[in-house]
Design a protein around this ligand. Structure first.
Ligand code: FES
Length: 158
């Protein structure tokens, strides 16, 4: 994934993607996927540009972007933290884990830290309830997470 920026080269790249996928409303999801892969997120001006090029309303594009959790309108950090807030994790300390993670990462749920290091999300059960509370950082899974160990755990990531 490229660095998240809306610089002068961004729109020609988006135009290339639109040309490659086809400038029709049917290609919208495919285009959004490819553009997010290219620039890392789908901010409002980019959504409006795509809407204009496909001849559809900005509201239609916004509706699709907000419907699929894969799409994001904020730049992503280098690492994605997901803290489980499913019932088992929640009642076994997941709420506190989330508070400590947010504090340590420096961002709230759905946000990216100012240093672009972390993006924070919550998930509803990843199927490891017996080992709750659970969180992941990128592909790494952490089980029976103790709030007091969160700082040490996150410090491993650059
Ligand atoms: S509730 Fe967290 S893994 Fe199932």
């Amino acid at each position: 994934m490229a660095a998240a920026c809306l610089c002068a080269e961004t729109y020609p790249k988006i135009e290339e993607i639109i040309q490659a996928k086809g400038a029709t409303p049917d290609s919208l999801i495919e285009i959004l996927h490819a553009v997010q892969e290219e620039i890392g997120y789908l901010p409002q001006p980019v959504q409006e540009f795509i809407a204009d090029r496909l001849g559809i309303s900005a509201g239609t594009v916004e509706g699709v972007v907000s419907f699929y959790s894969y799409f994001t309108t904020v730049p992503r950090g280098r690492h994605t933290i997901k803290v489980c807030q499913g019932t088992a994790c929640y009642v076994r300390g997941g709420k506190r884990v989330l508070e400590v993670v947010a504090h340590h990462a420096g961002c709230g749920v759905g946000e990216t830290s100012p240093d672009m290091k972390y993006s924070l999300e919550v998930v509803r059960c990843i199927g490891a309830c017996g080992l709750s509370p659970v969180m992941t950082v990128d592909e790494d899974v952490y089980e029976r997470v103790k709030p007091t160990k969160v700082g040490e755990l996150l410090d491993k990531y650059e």
